[in-house]
Ligand binder design. Structure first.
Ligand code: SDX
Length: 437
């Protein structure tokens, strides 16, 4: 009769151990009993970059990387993209289910009345150089919210915590728009309660001197879908950062700044900007084969391709590719899409990519749409961070309520020098450098 256990024989001692298997995992701590003698610390697991380690149980997002499945709280991403909007999806992620009409109205109202920024944040944004990267401004402004709401440090106080959730979701869009306006040297457009969350963001981004700005409904819809698709993605790099920082009970704004900083990496959320740079560098379809060869010679990455979890087509990329045509109907076709489509066509038929299961990810097509919508390229990762704020906070809340969680503190394998005595400076010899720096 099969048992949900793992039997381990330590060939160093001949001893056998039986450890339980739950949810397809064994507890790393169950390895500690495996020792060679009483002095032995016991076994640990070694998993750089957590390629095969679950660090939490979660009810938020389900991904099946082989089948290309993505669900938020059980709802398929394709249905949410088709029928929901970002603020409703944010509620779903944060509170576990789709809101009733009353709950949705109350949520929309609460977010709406918190979209304004304290003038200190506006002044902070103005202190940056005009060409400061918007992600650096965004990270700084989000962190500085903690200076205005010190009660956010009371992370176990339910009412205070709820207020920070609403403030964060509401204010990241205003911070993003004000950042873009600062970069462009334009005055800030203040939030407009008469518009939806995404419509208000578009107005704050693009209103100039027209007396009545009305967002284009096709672009508002497209941005809603893009925000839905970017809202969460289980334990990605940025969300892991959110959880690690949140585990010390730091305030949510400091944790959000850390998560945003992780997202800013070119291997993570900043890939959408790098994709545009790559497409612009390729410049023409006829240069695609040469670029593919460059990638295969390891001289460049095919930005927007590959994923730690998806070993199939990222379902988000499939949806984004479909939205592109709707946006281009309004904005005119972005010719970079032709280069992207040719890159995808060649890559998906080339064994270098097939054997490594490299497919387009969420970042491959999103930047092309943002550019067509006249979003500045440097803003693309900020456009990722706005909706991901809902996912980051959802994981932060789940962490705080999880009795199995405590402050995050991994172990290491120490390979440095053994104990050695201090050497007076006059007796020291030049030694070989350590590491790659
Ligand atoms: C996001 O985790 C998430 O969920 C993230 C995200 C989210 O919603 O939060 O989905 C958002 O970050 C999407 C990923 C955006 N990044 C990029 O598009 C940058 C380009 N992609 C790669 O850097 C890479 O694919 C990663 C970082 C996305 C994944 O890296 P892994 O899982 O560590 O894979 P790997 O580096 O071990 O690659 C396996 C092989 C290697 O070749 P070999 O050494 O085995 O011969 O594939 C190669 C890699 O060199 N490879 C690539 C490649 N990605 C992987 N080769 C060329 N171009 C690429 N893009």
């Amino acid at each position: 009769m099969s048992k949900d256990t793992l039997t381990i024989t330590d060939n160093r001692t001949g001893k056998t151990y039986e450890v339980p298997i739950t949810h397809g995992t064994i507890k790393a701590l169950d390895l500690r009993q495996i020792k060679t003698d009483a002095e032995d610390f016991g076994l640990m697991s070694y998993d750089p970059a957590f390629t095969n380690t679950a660090s939490t149980k979660s009810n938020i997002t389900f991904i099946d990387g082989d089948k290309g499945i993505l669900r938020y709280r059980g709802y398929p991403i394709e249905q949410l993209a088709e029928r929901s909007n970002y603020l409703e999806t944010a509620y779903l992620l944060l509170y576990g289910d789709l809101p009733t009409q009353e709950q949705l109205a109350a949520w929309e109202h609460e977010v709406q009345i918190h979209t304004l920024l304290h003038s200190n944040i506006e002044q902070l944004i103005h202190t940056f150089r005009y060409d400061a990267h918007p992600m650096s401004i965004f990270i700084s402004a989000v962190a500085s919210l903690a200076t205005l709401y010190p009660e956010a440090r009371q992370v176990t106080d339910l009412d205070k915590r709820h207020l920070q959730i609403v403030r964060a979701v509401a204010k990241v869009a205003t911070i993003a728009a004000f950042t873009a306006r600062h970069n462009q040297g334009f005055p800030f457009n203040y939030p407009d309660d008469g518009l939806s969350y995404v419509g208000n963001f578009l107005k704050m981004m693009f209103k100039m001197t027209e007396t009545h700005y009305q967002p284009n409904p096709v672009l508002e819809r497209a941005l809603n879908v893009l925000f839905i698709l970017h809202a969460d993605h289980e334990l990605n790099c940025g969300t892991n950062a959110m959880r690690v920082i949140g585990s010390s009970q730091a305030d949510p704004y400091s944790a959000l700044a850390g998560a945003s900083a992780a997202l800013y990496g070119p291997l993570h959320g900043n890939a959408n900007e790098e994709v545009l740079r790559m497409l612009a560098e390729i410049g023409d379809i006829k240069n695609v084969p040469a670029f593919i060869d460059k990638v295969k010679r390891r001289e460049a990455l095919l930005m927007g391709f590959g994923h730690r979890v998806y070993k199939n087509y990222d379902p988000r990329a499939r949806i984004i590719k479909k939205i592109a045509d709707e946006v281009f109907e309004v904005t005119g076709r972005n010719r970079l899409i032709d280069i992207a489509l040719e890159l995808e066509r060649i890559a998906l038929s080339d064994d270098f990519f097939i054997s490594r299961k490299l497919y387009p990810n969420v970042d491959f097509y999103s930047g092309i749409i943002y550019q067509a919508m006249k979003m500045p390229m440097a803003m693309f990762t900020v456009l990722f961070a706005i909706p991901r704020t809902a996912g980051w906070i959802s994981h932060w809340l789940e962490l705080l309520c999880d009795s199995e969680q405590k402050i995050s503190r991994p172990r290491q394998i120490y390979l440095g020098p053994e104990c050695r005595d201090y050497v007076p400076v006059e007796e020291r010899q030049e030694r070989e450098k350590v590491g790659c720096w």
